[in-house]
Design a protein around this ligand. Sequence first.
Ligand SMILES: Nc1nc2c(ncn2[C@@H]2O[C@H](COP(=O)(O)OP(=O)(O)OP(=O)(O)O)[C@@H](O)[C@H]2O)c(=O)[nH]1
Length: 347
Amino acid sequence: MDNEIFESILKITEKQDSDEFSLSIVATLAEIIPDSVVALFEYCQFTTPPYQCITSLSIEQQDSDKLRYLWDIKLPASSHQYIRDHYQALTHLTEYQTNDDRYHVFIPIDIEGKVVFGLEISSLRSFREKLEVLVAITKVCQNFYAILSYSERDSLTGLYNRRTYDNKLNSLLKNQQSSQLHHYHPELEQETRLLLPNSTTWLAIFDIDFFKKINDKFGHAYGDEVLLTLSQFMQQSFRNNDLLFRYGGEEFVLILEPVPFEQAVQVLNNFKTAVAQYKFPMVGHITISCGFAKISKKDHPKTVFDCADKALYYAKEHGRNSVYNYELLLEQGQIQHGIEEGDIELF
Ligand SMILES: Nc1nc2c(ncn2[C@@H]2O[C@H](COP(=O)(O)OP(=O)(O)OP(=O)(O)O)[C@@H](O)[C@H]2O)c(=O)[nH]1
């Protein structure tokens, strides 16, 4: 194997987390193709357009021979235009040239036969002679992505699993909203969204009401169908930057990107209402309860979860099919900080 490919693959596959892995692929390709812009797109069938650029990089050679890594730089308009017009046809490696004299290559990465990511590399100089290297690297990456995805996602719903939740929340708390991925980059010509004043990141827990009865009445397979449909509903209802997890059995966690309190209440209530109105095949109507809490920098992962869980418990005790916020319940004196009736837990 060519030494360059071997070294690159070794470097990329040292990463054990798919976010870091993605950044590493982009960096490696940008190093291999000097003066290029490398962008990584992620596909999501539930968004419009059904893909988003999650990161991009260009490496600049400085006078001192030092390299400057320009992350999340704006993509050439020609790349955006082409992808917007042709994304449905970009299911195999595509080379194209545009009027601005740029040479582009788009390489789709599929997992289990479905295109999940796409890499777009563009430069004012042709890099045809490097195509073989690019293809070799992306083929290995494709296999490695599949392994990482298997370990990070829940097999029934495809949402992130509990283990990934721990990792993502830990890194979010460590580095509140500054991670390279799943973060809105205004430079990337995506949906322009200004951060409203008083915006905070929120953690919400959803739990299906009386799910045991659904299993008991219709059988486990129909119970699974409800979990699957609900998770698809979640993917359609929340923004691409929001993170969704199947935390356990019939319990789901949502990390809501920074929005003001009123907006969080509205978004969560809309979802709760939409679920209650939906008629599941065979099972009919179901309801969910939700508790949510603010994620602040100083929080410990367990503390945030426990707070949202207390609000969820309150919802379960007060009629279900409802959404409650931990901080508001606390302010209203409906619950106490740390100590609950019949609860000797102290934190
Ligand atoms: N079909 C299916 N059922 C599951 C799965 N994981 C957990 N469950 C079931 O989910 C049910 C959860 O029951 P409980 O914790 O009593 O909660 P509940 O019946 O929803 O009641 P409340 O939460 O109090 O409204 C149990 O019967 C579990 O067996 C799964 O992957 N598939």
